[in-house]
Every structure is written in structure tokens, then in C-alpha cells.
Design a protein around this ligand. Sequence first.
Ligand code: ADP
Length: 189
Amino acid sequence: MTRMLIVGPAGSGKGTQSKRISEDLGIVAISTGDIFRVNIKEATELGREAQGYVDAGDLVPDSVTNRMVEDRLTWEDAKNGFLLDGYPRNRTQVSALDEMLSRLDVSLDVVLELTADREELIQRLKKRAEIEGREDDADEDAIRRRLEIFASETAPMIAEYDARGLVRRVDGLGAVDEVNARIMEALKP
Ligand code: ADP
């Protein structure tokens, strides 16, 4: 059983690789971005609360996001391990996650960091905007904002997990299979 995070900037391939890891390891992949998008599409209360932030590329307020993740982690399918994609994204969320996991009496095994350079990220996001029609990928200001928040809030947060000795870093550049192979190698005990 594995309890892990996947972290990396927008466009680094977290979503794609999460699906593969989830199949390979038999653990549920939980993406906060996906949960927000589904709720926005279905116009739920959570979706209405999140929409403005997601469209602008800003973080949804921590209180909303933390509550949503805490609820999701108590579902039956997360009892045998999980992969969190897109959470935590700042230090406040790290503390909230620490508390949630201690209430559940479990701990994290590994934090997988996917890296990619800025130019590659922007190219990938533009391509994804054409294929998937995600509005936050089509909007250059929103892309810039997401990459900015990653640099200012998420990267420093990763350093905290690094200090705990949990981070394994993998180059996200290359074909999906290639990156997947690198990840599986990096996850070996
Ligand atoms: P990406 O990694 O490409 O930026 P995601 O699908 O992970 O995209 O997230 C899309 C949007 O959902 C974010 O820009 C943000 O508005 C919101 N979001 C996702 N995860 C979080 C989080 N942990 N905290 C706050 N907002 C979040």
C-alpha cells in the first residue's frame, strides 16, 4: 500500500502520470483540479464557489479546498492507499494535510516531484487547450498566474517535504511511457 503525493507545475504531466501510477499500484488517484472541474461543470455549490478562482488560475481558498480533501480521504477507496494530485499546494495545506493524516492515523510514504522547464510547460498547456478545451489553459494570464503560484507557494512547500526526506524527483520531459518508466524506477524502495 502506498500513500503518496505527485507535485509539479501546470503542464508537467501530473494528471497523465497519476492515471498510470494509480493503475500500476492499485491506488486511487485524487485530483483536486478534476474535482473542481466536475463541480464547476455540474454547477454544484462547491463549483460555484471555486469557479472564479479556477478561471483566473488562482488558488481556491484553503478552507474550501482543505474541507473537500478531508472529506474525500475518508471514502472507502482511499483506505488502501492514495495518490493526491494537486494537493497540497502551499504550506497552509501541508499543515492541514498533516492534521488530516494524523486523525486517520496514517502517514505519507513518498512525494513524487515531476520537473519540466518553463518553455516546455507553456507549449504543452497550449496544446492541451486545443485538445481538452480547458479554459484556464487557453487564457495566457491564467497560465502565467498558475506558474507564478507554483514558483512562489508550491516550490517552497516541496522543500518542506524534502527536509522530511520524502521527495523523489523525476524528469517529466519525454514520452508518456518513458516518464512512467522513470517514475516506477524512482518509486522502487
Ligand atoms: P494545473 O496543475 O494544470 O494548474 P489542476 O488541474 O491541478 O491544474 O488545477 C486547476 C485549478 O484548480 C487551479 O488553478 C486552482 O484554481 C484549483 N486548484 C486545484 N488544486 C488546488 C489546491 N490544492 N488548492 C487550491 N486550488 C486548487
